[in-house]
Design a protein around this ligand. Structure first.
Ligand code: ADP
Length: 485
């Protein structure tokens, strides 16, 4: 690839559709722009697929399925392993590309490339460990053989907030399991996925196994593929609203689904917590990706005896952070993805202050271009404030007090979501209770980050269905077949 310069990394990406192993423009010739959220400038144009381009991608995936399912697992794993090596070798240029289209600081982009690569390493190792079972029938009359087979052509829809890791988390297990796929990246951040497709092709992925369609018309392109019936699986990461719509569409042909949807993670600080550690963890849990993560700490529930002190220390920390374009040295917090995101975050802050919250730091947009929002701490927030009820997806930390453990658990669970939760306590007993009481698929105790390629990532309630990563992530792309002998 090219030198690590802004124009170099953007120029190096082929901005076309990747179908059946070939790069091709949209049949209409249409393109759509990709923006740098830090400046609003157009970085480049990419092919804008129509429904018929999407169908051509599904045709390619369907044609490649039988051969791919029969491909030796060891070779499937080695393709992933080579792609893992390539991702790390190109970490610097891929990180810059990601920062340009998505905005996160370079250090975070480097971290995401490494995290994304881990899914390939993990599933490279899992590809050769897909096994089955053998049992004697309970009445002794026969034998049962249990085998796994790939679920079949899969549709993968990824969001803009982690443009590469949300791709590898789905592509890794699909490749390991022997599924072909059509991937549709978010329209805001198609470049990381296009670069990834090139890396997988160079790593030896056969034509038609991975097809990538970039489009400004997500619904128009994907709905016909979902309703077609030949795709057997949809794996989606995005908002609960769109997830709900897609589940309805999947019902038509009874597709298998994996749904990673929204969250409203509580970050609970008990009276016995190490407050400095809690502030460190809160900063990561809140400000990674400028708060634009489904596992971001959304509500800070803090015991009344330490709530003021925790909020003050968190505000001091946030006030010292530098907001700016992600490629500038020393920048801690990048822009939000677009103006709509900034407007929503501003509305939530206004709603909280209208209900009596105090702004300890931040609270608004810094001057200048780009879609930035200041790291913000709100104290004394009403429990019914929108910032407590809704997914903020921005760098705003509302602090709410609680009186005792039971109240903390009740507040934490008082949401339709159930993705991540965090708790700080020095009591083992309390930590175990947190694990048992909180309705969340992932719980961090005395840590502000839970994601790991080898662990099952996912939520309960309206945060979704299924798990990604770990052994569970592979199961999502496998069917179980039992043969009675
Ligand atoms: P966000 O609000 O964070 O952008 P979305 O759920 O809208 O989250 O988007 C996540 C992914 O879902 C993106 O790739 C987007 O293009 C895609 N998407 C949005 N609407 C639809 C739809 N109606 N059908 C299929 N995909 C969609």
């Amino acid at each position: 690839m090219s030198a690590v310069t802004e124009s170099g990394v953007v120029d190096a990406v082929t901005k076309e559709l990747f179908i059946g192993g070939k790069w091709t423009p949209a049949t209409s010739g249409a393109t759509f722009p990709v923006h740098d959220p830090a400046t609003g400038a157009v970085l480049c144009e990419v092919a804008d697929a129509s429904a018929s381009d999407g169908m051509a991608a599904l045709d390619a995936a369907v044609s490649a399925q039988a051969e791919w399912a029969a491909h030796p697992p060891r070779e499937r794993g080695e393709i992933l392993r080579r792609a893992y090596d390539a991702l790390l070798a190109r970490q610097e240029e891929l990180a810059l590309l990601m920062t340009l289209e998505m905005g996160k600081p370079l250090a975070e982009s480097r971290g995401e490339v490494a995290y994304a690569a881990e899914f390939f390493r993990w599933f490279a190792e899992e590809a050769v460990r897909i096994d089955g079972g053998y049992a004697v029938a309970p009445n002794g009359s026969g034998r049962f053989l249990v085998t796994k087979q790939p679920v079949g052509p899969s549709l993968l829809i990824t969001p803009w907030n982690f443009p590469m890791a949300m791709g590898t988390r789905k592509i890794g297990p699909a490749v390991a399991a022997g599924c072909t796929m059509v991937v549709k990246p978010a329209e805001q951040t198609p470049l990381s996925m296009l670069a990834l497709a090139r890396i997988l092709a160079d790593a030896g992925l056969p034509d038609g196994v991975l097809n990538v369609v970039t489009t400004s018309d997500a619904g128009g392109v994907m709905e016909p593929l979902i309703r077609d019936g030949r795709a057997r699986k949809l794996s989606f990461t995005g908002s609960t609203a769109v997830g709900r719509l897609l589940l309805e569409q999947c019902a038509d042909k009874v597709l298998r689904t994996s749904m990673e949807l929204g969250g409203n993670a509580p970050f609970v600080v008990f009276a016995d917590a190490d407050l400095d550690a809690a502030v460190d963890g809160a900063t990561v849990a809140k400000l990674r990706n400028a708060g634009q993560s489904c596992v971001a700490a959304n509500r800070f529930l803090v015991h009344d005896s330490v709530a003021r002190e925790f909020a003050r220390r968190l505000a001091d920390r946030f006030a010292g952070l530098r907001v700016g374009r992600g490629d500038v040295a020393g920048v801690d917090v990048g822009p939000l993805i677009d103006a709509k995101a900034v407007a929503k975050v501003a509305e939530l802050v206004d709603d909280a202050t209208d209900r009596g919250a105090q702004v300890l730091t931040g609270g608004g947009r810094p001057d200048g271009p780009g879609t930035f929002f200041e790291p913000t701490v709100l104290a004394g927030v009403d429990r019914d404030a929108r910032a407590v009820r809704e997914e903020i997806f921005g760098p705003v930390a509302p602090v709410v007090g609680f009186a005792d453990d039971d109240e903390a658990f009740a507040l934490a669970n008082d949401t339709e979501y159930g993705l991540a939760a965090y708790a700080y306590t020095t009591s083992l007993d309390r930590a175990l209770r947190v694990g048992a009481e909180l309705d969340a698929g992932m719980i961090g105790i005395n840590r502000g980050m839970v994601s790991d390629a080898s662990a099952p990532f996912g939520g309960m309630k309206q945060s979704g269905l299924g798990r990604e990563g770990g052994e569970a992530g592979l199961e999502e792309f496998l069917e179980t077949v039992y043969v009675a002998l």
